[in-house]
Design a protein around this ligand. Structure first.
Ligand SMILES: [Ca+2]
Ligand SMILES: [Ca+2]
Length: 502
C-alpha cells in the first residue's frame, strides 16, 4: 500500500491498541509505530470521535445449528470485543440427553471452531491486531449447565467462571452477557454470587447487561427476575431477532433477501474464504439461520452507540422499555401488549406473524422486523469484508471508514427554529476509498413526534430544529458513511439533539 495509507492504517491500529492496555489477558501485542500514534493524536484533535472501549462480552450458547453459524460470524467479529467467556448452556430446544431435534451438539464444537479460527488467525491479524489469540479464546471456553432444560442446580465450571468474572472488582466496566440459549447457566452464576457474596449483588448488577434471545427456559422468571430485577440490570429480551433465524425467506423484504441467498453467500462467505467460513452451515448454499447474532451485533462499536440505551436502536435491533429496566420489542400495533411473564417461543409475536397471508398483516410483519432489517445490507457487507480478511492481504481487502465529526458534539442542545451544523468532513477511510454520506433523522429513536427531518447526502449539512419541537424532546441524527471499496462498508456517528427552551 502507499506510504500515506500505511500511516493511516497504523494510526487506526494504534487507536484500538489503546484499549488493550486495560485488558486482563491479551494477545501478543503487535509492534506500535510511535510516529503513527502521534499522527493519530494530531489528526483527532477537536474531533468528536471518542476512542471506543471494546465492550466486554460473555456468550452462552446451546449449540444449535444457527448458534454454530453465529459463532463463525462472532469469531470474525471478536476483534471488536473483549471476549470474557464462551460457555455452553442448555435451552428448551437442546439439552444433554435430548433426542432428535432436541439433541445437544457435543460441547467440543466450540473448541473445534476456535481451531478453525486458529488457521486464519495470522491473516486476520494483518487487518486488525486486536484479534485475540486462539489460545486466549480457548482459555475462555467453559462448559456450563447443560444436563436438562433450565437446570440451574449444578455448580458447573461455566457458572463459576461467569461468577468470578462478575466478582472481579479490578475492572468496573460493563459486561454484556448474551443468552443464545437458556438463561440457566447465567442464573446459576448469579446464584453463586447471591449465596456467597450477598453484599455484592448491587455492585455486580451495576456492571451487568443482559441480551436474551427469547427466554429459552424458565430461569429468568423463576430466579433472575425475582432476585435481581430490583437492581435494575439493563435487560433486552428480543423477539425481533427471528428475522435472522430460519424464517428469513418469509419475512425479510425483497431488497434485503439477496444478501442471504445462495449466490451472495457463496461468493462472499462460503467459497474461497478459508476453513472457518467453509465450516459455515449453509442451507442449499444459502443463509440458514443466525438467530443469536443480534445479541452481539448490538455491542459492536460501529458508531451507532446502541449500547447506550436499548431504545436507541442499532444493528441488534431496537427495543422499548416494558418494566423496570427490561426492554422488549416495539409492538406491531398499539393494542398488542407485552407479556407479564416470560417472552418466548410460546407467545412470540414473530411466530404469530410468521405465516400471515393478507397484505395488511404482511406489511405489519415487515414493519415489526424493520428495526433489524433496516441495517442488514451493511451488516452482511461487514461479514463479507471479515471473510476476505481470512484470506487476503491488507491492500486486497476493504476496511471500514472511521466517521469523525468536526465541531459537532455527540450530544447537544438546541432550541426550536435554531440552525444546527452537522459536520463529518473529517471522516477517513483507511484504504483511501471515496466516501458517500447520508445524514438522516432516525425518527423511531427520538422522542420528537413531528415529521421526519430532511436527509442530506453531504458530509456537512445544516438542519433547523422544528418550530413545534418541545423542550425535552430528542432528535437523533445519524451520519452514515459508506466507502467505495468492495464490499462497501458502512460506519456511523449519532448526534442526539435535546430540544431546550428558546
Ligand atoms: Ca441458540
Ligand atoms: Ca475502505
Amino acid at each position: 500500500m502507499p506510504r500515506s495509507l500505511h500511516v493511516i492504517h497504523l494510526a487506526l491500529a494504534s487507536v484500538v491498541l489503546l484499549s488493550l492496555a486495560c485488558q486482563r489477558e491479551s494477545p501478543d501485542p503487535p509492534i506500535v509505530d510511535d510516529d503513527a500514534s502521534e499522527t493519530h493524536a494530531a489528526a483527532t484533535k477537536d474531533l468528536s470521535s471518542p476512542i471506543v472501549d471494546r465492550p466486554r462480552v460473555i456468550v452462552t450458547t446451546d449449540g444449535e445449528a444457527d448458534d454454530r453459524c453465529s459463532m463463525v460470524r462472532f469469531l470474525l467479529t471478536c476483534n471488536e470485543f473483549e471476549v470474557e467467556a464462551i460457555v455452553n448452556s442448555s435451552s428448551q430446544f437442546h439439552w444433554e440427553g435430548g433426542e432428535g431435534w432436541n439433541a445437544f451438539h457435543p460441547v467440543a464444537w466450540v473448541d473445534e471452531y476456535i481451531d478453525l479460527y486458529a488457521q486464519v488467525y495470522d491473516n486476520l491479524l494483518l487487518h486488525d491486531p486486536n484479534y485475540p489469540s486462539p489460545e486466549y479464546l480457548k482459555s475462555r471456553w467453559k462448559v456450563g449447565n447443560i444436563s436438562a432444560i433450565g437446570e440451574d442446580e449444578i455448580r458447573t465450571e461455566g457458572a463459576e467462571f461467569i461468577a468470578n468474572i462478575l466478582l472481579d472488582d479490578s475492572d468496573p466496566r460493563p459486561i454484556w452477557i448474551q443468552a443464545w440459549g437458556g438463561c440457566n447457566t447465567i442464573a446459576r452464576a448469579l446464584r453463586i454470587i447471591q449465596e456467597e457474596h450477598p453484599s455484592r449483588m448491587k455492585e455486580v448488577a451495576g456492571k451487568l447487561r443482559l441480551f436474551l434471545i427469547w427466554e429459552q427456559d424458565e430461569t429468568y422468571q423463576s430466579y433472575i427476575r425475582p432476585n435481581w430485577e430490583q437492581f435494575e440490570i439493563p435487560t433486552i429480551i428480543s423477539d425481533q431477532f427471528d428475522c435472522m433465524a430460519y424464517i428469513w425467506p418469509k419475512v425479510l423484504p425483497e431488497e434485503t433477501k439477496r444478501y442471504f441467498e445462495a449466490e451472495w453467500m457463496g461468493q462472499h462467505i462460503l467459497n474461497d474464504h478459508g476453513p472457518l467460513c467453509a465450516a459455515y452451515e449453509a442451507k442449499e448454499g444459502a443463509f440458514q439461520a443466525e438467530g443469536d447474532t443480534p445479541a452481539f451485533l448490538h455491542a459492536i462499536p460501529n458508531g451507532l452507540r446502541s449500547v447506550d440505551s436499548p431504545d436507541w436502536g442499532g444493528w441488534g435491533g431496537r427495543h422499548v422499555r416494558v418494566r423496570n429496566n427490561v426492554w422488549m420489542d416495539p409492538p406491531p400495533a398499539d393494542d398488542w401488549k407485552h407479556p407479564e411473564g416470560r417472552w418466548h417461543f410460546g407467545n412470540s409475536w414473530s411466530k404469530k406473524l410468521e405465516n400471515v397471508a393478507d397484505l395488511p398483516e404482511q406489511q405489519m410483519r415487515t414493519q415489526y422486523f424493520k428495526p433489524i432489517w433496516r441495517w442488514l445490507a451493511p451488516v452482511q457487507n461487514d461479514f463479507a469484508a471479515r471473510a476476505d480478511w481470512c484470506v487476503k492481504d491488507y491492500a486486497a481487502a476493504n476496511h471500514p471508514p472511521v466517521v469523525q465529526l468536526l465541531d459537532t458534539p455527540l450530544a447537544l442542545k438546541a432550541s426550536p427554529g435554531q440552525e444546527v451544523t452537522l459536520d463529518a468532513t473529517s471522516t477517513i477511510d483507511p484504504d483511501g476509498d471515496a466516501l458517500s454520506f447520508r445524514w438522516w433523522n432516525y425518527v423511531e429513536a427520538g422522542t420528537y413526534p413531528g415529521k421526519q427531518l430532511d436527509e442530506s447526502s453531504s458530509s456537512r449539512t445544516k438542519i433547523t430544529i422544528p418550530h413545534d419541537a418541545q423542550p425535552g424532546e430528542e432528535i437523533h441524527m445519524i451520519c452514515e458513511a459508506t466507502d467505495a471499496g468492495s464490499p462497501p462498508l458502512t460506519r456511523y456517528q449519532r448526534v442526539v439533539i435535546r430540544v431546550e427552551s428558546p
